[in-house]
Design a protein around this ligand. Structure first.
Ligand code: FE2
Length: 231
């Protein structure tokens, strides 16, 4: 009987130790998770610094990345993405043109049409951007969005000539936000369009260039939740 009591006591002590060890590992896991999250944020912040450096090089795109990110997040949420998916799409929107960092200012700011060689350089930027973020394993989907943000629905885009749903959803969302912001901003080679003209131009691009479902979600979003009857 005394032996049974001792065993019960020992079991109780062992259980207590096990519980304490479990609580300790939970604390370690939480600490690790928070360090991991902080590291991820720090990496993204440093890339944002690079994106800002790019915007300083090219005043015409100042604020462009942030507007694209904001619009892409709204669009993603409207299309049913979860908050974390929408955040990833917004982060990719912030960094979508990062690859332009390697393009000379004389090309970025050129007021006239680009030569074949300059255009070839410009078309490299999605690949260069995706390569810059490639070491960030947690951002693999974001790298894909950056890589494919200039693909077009009919396969006429670059770098891979993907078409339709073969283009990652996030890239199709960023493309709509990017085209709208580009149309409504001044560029070295043309003045900005009025919002209404930009809406018409985007609507005309649905199916052939941009994803029609995302375009109609965009038009609802900018028209305050209902299609604009004047479009
Ligand atoms: Fe781009």
């Amino acid at each position: 009987m005394a032996g049974a009591v001792e065993t019960a006591q020992e079991l109780k002590v062992a259980y207590g130790r096990l519980r304490a060890a479990y609580q300790q590992s939970l604390r370690y896991a939480r600490d690790l998770k928070s360090v991991h999250d902080r590291l991820q944020r720090a990496f993204l912040q440093s890339l944002l610094g690079l994106a800002n450096a790019l915007e300083a090089k090219d005043p015409y795109t100042r604020g462009h990345s942030e507007r694209v990110a904001g619009l892409a997040r709204e669009l993603a949420l409207r299309l049913g993405a979860s908050p974390s998916e929408a955040r990833l799409i917004a982060q990719a929107g912030l960094l979508h043109d990062l690859g332009k960092i390697g393009i000379p200012e004389s090309v970025l700011r050129k007021p006239g049409p680009l030569t074949g060689e300059e255009w070839a350089l410009m078309r490299e930027h999605p690949l260069v951007g995706a390569r810059i973020v490639a070491p960030l394993e947690f951002f693999a989907e974001g790298a894909l969005i950056i890589r494919h943000h200039h693909e077009r629905q009919d396969g006429s885009g670059y770098p891979a000539g993907l078409s339709g749903e073969a283009i990652p959803l996030g890239a199709r969302i960023v493309a709509v936000a990017d085209v709208f912001d580009a149309l409504t901003s001044d560029r070295p080679y043309r003045r900005s369009l009025e919002r209404r003209e930009a809406f018409r131009s985007i609507e005309a691009s649905a199916e052939r260039l941009l994803d029609a479902g995302i375009v109609s979600a965009f038009l609802c979003l900018v028209a305050g939740g209902r299609p604009d009857p004047l479009l």
